[in-house]
Design a protein around this ligand. Structure first.
Ligand code: F6P
Length: 555
């Protein structure tokens, strides 16, 4: 049984943290000066990730109290329950077993709810790998006999963000002659722009949808199917149409009967299970486009990266458990220091979709205001995650992080060895890039005092504008290079950070009821846009007026 829910604010650790926060004046300059061992003590390794927590607004006492909070809210018990397959997704009565997707073959069998999880995972993975090999080798051809050059993944949310983020991140590993594209939005622009220069004869669609009931994905899949039939001039006969679909469409879903209803042969469908949440599914068959792009061997390395961090999270004591500590730091900032957002700033152009990916992971998971026992929370929960790659962000929003009135904890990510070691007239450009990475966290932590500004000869009337307060918290996460394994490690790191926060808050991080109402209303409103007068009249006055305006202006 999963632990009963709790109100974290009633714990002794919560009260102690409150008092500690009130009494503390953050002083990173002073703390570093007084404690030469701080950086070393607060830098931890997890698999290939080298994580420096020392520029956070914490003392040893803060960390001690945060660990007590984790103990008093049962974080590690809940983690054990998750790994064991208990139904910790209470509102959907489901196990939460994304960690099983990356368990290597040959471990002690994991049986959950009567299912041999490992056997099923390995069997499905084998199917995905066999398919990926066929596409990569050219054995899988389109209906005209030509090899596939472009794979288009149609999916949304977790059925899109993970695959597209990972595909972009691992560009350096993508098979020559194969390109992936991604269609997610029901804005018809997306499908049209994505397919407009493609040759249907060499295009394969992967329709990725856990439920196979998502309006956006099914609409786009039908549009893509029509595009294929039109482009290949497939005659209007069932058999011809079916064989075109069989060669140009595969599916990934937990609902294989709906896949068949759509007209995709379930032989060409890859399954997964209801214990994989959409936002935790890039390492399931939802990652098929990625497996095709980088190949089974690299995909296996990707999974091994996740598993290494899972093992760290599962077995490392709290004192050195990086994802759990990072989750606790986030709780510290949100609940005791008033942070409302958290920036993730990858110094890697390849990770340009990583913040967007994390937005679903963190905000769909922890954007909750009731606990898993149905009681209202009594404190703030999930913060807003956002970010852009450095150095672009430096020239846009870093001003606010450095000198604004908001506290914005930020994670800085970087890699020692670049994929593109270019030199600009003898200057190593990656070194220049990294100099920015190091400079930013230093500036944020230690700032610049009025005396230092004056010492540069600055006119007195602009001194204050040039002061940097410092004490702006950051975590630096570095790895040797952005490999498939390291990407898996980074994703798993953030999964367990998200888990930790939700476990402290006593909320169900694995449901997403908050996305449902808008979906229902869209279906109710749709007839009002296409002539149903009663549907239009039944709207509230604001919505009705907006629809009227739309109908008048739609050309
Ligand atoms: O609407 C939210 C959501 O349910 C996400 O949780 C999920 O990742 C996405 O929609 C897509 O769902 P599906 O994979 O079932 O199409």
């Amino acid at each position: 049984m999963a632990a009963a829910s709790h109100d974290p604010t009633t714990t002794a650790a919560w009260s102690a943290l409150g008092a500690h926060g009130d009494a503390q004046t953050p002083d990173l300059r002073g703390w570093f000066a007084a404690d030469p061992g701080r950086a070393e003590r607060l830098t931890l390794d997890v698999a290939d990730l080298h994580v420096d927590l020392s520029k956070n607004l914490v003392t040893d006492e803060t960390l001690h109290l945060l660990r007590q909070l984790a103990e008093q809210t049962g974080v590690q018990d809940r983690l054990r329950a998750m790994f064991a397959g208990e139904h910790i997704n209470v509102t959907e009565d489901r196990a939460v077993l994304h960690t099983a997707l990356r368990r290597p073959a040959g471990l002690d069998p994991l049986t959950v709810d009567g299912q041999d999880v490992d056997a099923d995972v390995q069997a499905e993975l084998a199917k995905v790998y066999a398919f990926a090999e066929k596409v990569r080798s050219g054995e899988w051809t389109g209906v005209t006999g030509q090899r596939i050059e472009t794979v288009v993944n149609i999916g949304i949310g977790g059925s899109d963000l993970g695959p597209v983020m990972a595909y972009e991140a691992l560009q350096a590993y993508v098979h020559d002659g194969l390109t992936c594209r991604f269609v997610s939005n029901i804005d018809p622009t997306d499908l049209d722009e994505t397919t407009k220069d493609l040759d249907p004869a060499t295009t394969l669609f992967i329709v990725a949808s856990k439920t196979f009931g998502t309006l956006e994905t099914l609409t786009n899949a039908r549009l893509a199917r029509q595009w294929l039939w039109d482009g290949l001039a497939v005659e209007d006969a069932d058999e011809a149409r079916r064989s075109a679909v069989a060669k140009h469409f595969v599916a990934v879903s937990t609902a294989l009967e709906k896949v068949a209803d759509f007209g995709i042969d379930t032989e060409n469908a890859f399954g997964f299970w209801d214990w994989v949440g959409g936002r935790y599914s890039v390492d399931s068959a939802i990652g098929t486009s990625l497996a095709v792009a980088i190949g089974p061997e690299r995909f296996a390395e990707f999974l091994a990266g996740f598993h290494a961090v899972d093992e760290h999270a599962r077995t490392t004591p709290l004192e050195r458990n990086v994802p759990l500590l990072m989750g606790l730091l986030n709780v510290w900032y949100v609940n005791f220091l008033g942070a409302q957002t958290h920036a993730v700033l990858p110094y890697s152009q390849y990770l340009h979709r990583f913040p967007a990916y994390l937005q679903q992971l963190t905000m769909e998971s922890n954007g909750k205001s009731v606990r898993w026992d149905g009681e209202a929370v009594t404190t703030d929960t999930g913060e807003v995650f956002w970010g852009e790659p450095g150095t672009n962000g430096q020239h846009a929003f870093y001003q606010l992080i450095h000198q604004g009135t908001r506290l914005i904890p930020a994670d800085f990510l970087a890699f020692a060895t670049p994929q593109h070691p270019l030199s600009d007239g003898g200057t190593d450009v990656h070194a220049l890039f990294m100099a920015n990475f190091f400079a930013q966290t230093k500036a944020l932590a230690f700032g610049k005092t009025a005396e230092e500004v004056r010492a540069e000869g600055t006119a007195e009337d602009v001194v204050q504008a040039r002061v940097f307060s410092g004490n702006r918290p950051t975590t630096s996460i570095m790895a040797p290079s952005l490999t498939p394994s390291v990407l898996g490690q980074l994703i798993a790191l953030y999964e367990h950070i998200t888990f930790t926060q939700g476990a402290v808050w006593g909320i169900d991080s694995f449901d997403q009821w908050g996305v449902e109402l808008g979906k229902q209303l869209a279906l109710q409103i749709a007839p009002a846009l296409t002539g149903d007068a009663a549907a239009l009249e039944s709207q509230d006055s604001s919505t009705k007026a907006l629809i009227d305006w739309y109908l008048q202006h739609r050309s």
